[in-house]
Design a protein around this ligand. Structure first.
Ligand code: ATP
Ligand code: MG
Length: 460
């Protein structure tokens, strides 16, 4: 029974017996220890959730025993008892790591309240463990990271839409995780054990796309040497993911729409009508409305697919997630490169967070892969990042009040290490003077020698 095993560590026979009787009445299973050593021995066999400890327990005393227990078994809740009411031991007890402190003789009501508080905590912890376990079992969001509110909102949407058979349209800039969204929807749906078939409409020549989608019979066209099942057929019972849907030839889009409506189709060159049960998810990094205007996407197909729309936000709109995502890539590339890099130093982290990431998560992934390869130590630092990231200050802001027209301003995030601020300032000033060190040094109020030394250090 979770949370119902309790160990009493008390040298006084009478008081521990009275306590054991009381606890048995409340449904606790108890064991008794007379010394600290005995307490530790019983503990490893009995595995209690709670230990009630008398301050006077030989030979260590209660406080020391609590410290030992908290160090070795942090999940166990300790309640300390003392005969003489005193404020000081109470404070000491909490500081040592006890959950609560009670005076002897014990007031049953107070003990009951403390035990109930512990039992609530144990219940919540068990629930959290269970939920974590469930998520792992799903594995749906594995490798798909994001703690920022926008990402959490998106995960929530995915969880909501997944159990239905509704079509989903995913939009968002390149490299923002549209494929991961499609896969997560499939993994969280009742179709998760059925096929997931992905096809990229821009990667397949237009002439071949039709037969890729619907399959063909032997001899349907030159080169069709055998019958082939298309993606629709392969995805039967499961999910079909059409990536870059806006790149599908417009005539094929009408046929595709018809198949979606009728849930039936023929292979190329085939007579037999094949019925399929397929859930369709489609994605594009183009703006759907714009694609309709440009006649890249049929409006009727758009409305047929757009039962539910999910937008993957650009990485720069969730910069707070960058360290988390970067860390998962470090783990991944540590494995493939047999490295043991533990993290990113604060300077490098600030630069990663302030860079604009036009290529989004894909670009971050490549950047981290490169950094892992070039890093010989155990921490990724500024020198492992490519120049376009380190040389770019957070951004060039507009002129400040009172500033002359055309004069540039650096916007530097609060918390950027001074050494880095200095480096950016020197490099940008130098740039502004067309690389003239003498002029740059003069503007910055430092000697030519200092600027030489500093530049030398940055470059080596
Ligand atoms: N939130 C995330 N956490 C971890 N990895 C991510 C995340 N988002 C994307 N990735 C990774 O970034 C890379 C690009 O993601 P994905 O291929 O899903 O992007 P996309 O939106 O489909 O891009 P495109 O429009 O160019 O096809 C993949 O390797 C993917 O695993
Ligand atoms: Mg993609």
């Amino acid at each position: 029974m979770v949370g119902k095993r309790l160990l009493i560590a008390d040298p006084d026979e009478k008081s521990r017996q009275a306590l054991a009787v009381l606890l048995a009445r409340w449904g606790y299973q108890t064991e008794i220890a007379e010394t600290s050593a005995e307490c530790l021995t019983i503990l490893s066999r009995f595995e209690p959730s709670i230990v009630v400890i008398d301050m006077a327990i030989p030979t260590t005393g209660g406080l020391e025993l609590v410290r030992t227990l908290r160090g070795e078994h942090p999940g166990i809740y300790c309640i300390l008892l003392a005969t003489r009411p005193a404020l000081e031991p109470a404070l000491e007890a909490i500081k040592a790591g006890a959950f609560d402190y009670l005076d002897k003789p014990i007031e049953p009501l107070r003990l009951r309240i403390v035990l109930e508080k512990i039992s609530d905590k144990i219940g919540i912890q068990a629930e959290v463990r269970q939920l974590r376990h469930k998520l792992k079992e799903y594995g749906a969001f594995e490798g798909f990271n994001g703690n920022t509110p926008v990402m959490q909102e998106m995960f929530h949407l995915i969880e909501q839409v997944a159990p239905s058979t509704a079509s989903v349209l995913i939009s968002g800039p390149s490299g923002t995780g549209k494929e991961l969204v499609a896969k997560a929807i499939h993994n969280l749906s009742p179709r998760k054990r059925e096929p997931y078939v992905a096809i990229n409409c821009s990667a397949i020549p237009a002439t071949l796309l039709e037969s890729e989608l619907f399959g063909h019979e032997k001899g349907a066209f030159t080169g069709a040497i055998a019958r082939k099942a298309g993606c629709f057929e392969q995805a039967h019972g499961g999910t079909l993911f059409l990536d870059e849907i806006t790149e599908m030839p417009i005539e094929l889009q009408s046929k595709f729409l018809r198949v979606l409506e009728e849930r039936k189709f023929r292979r190329l060159g085939g007579k037999e009508e094949i019925s399929v049960d397929v859930r369709v998810i489609a994605a594009s990094n183009r703006d759907f409305q714009e694609a309709i205007r440009q006649r890249r996407l049929r409006e009727d197909l758009y409305y047929r697919l757009n039962v539910f729309q999910i937008e993957t936000p650009p990485l720069s709109e969730r910069a707070e997630d960058i360290p988390l995502i970067a860390r998962t890539f470090i783990d991944r590339f540590n494995k493939t490169n047999h490295k043991n890099i533990r993290g990113i130093d604060p300077h490098a982290e600030i630069l990663l967070k302030s860079y604009a990431w036009p290529g989004n998560v894909r670009e971050l992934k490549n950047t981290i892969e490169r950094a892992v390869i070039v890093c010989d130590g155990d921490t990724i630092t500024v020198e492992h990042l490519p120049p376009h990231i380190t040389a770019t200050p957070p951004r060039i802001a507009g002129p400040l009040p009172g500033q002359r027209e055309g004069e540039q301003t650096l916007a530097i995030p609060i918390g950027m290490p001074l050494a880095l601020v200095e480096r950016i300032m020197i490099e940008k000033t130098l740039e502004a003077h067309g690389g003239n060190k003498t002029k740059a040094a003069k503007t910055l109020g430092i000697s030519l020698k200092t600027i030489h030394n500093k530049l030398h250090r940055y470059r080596h």
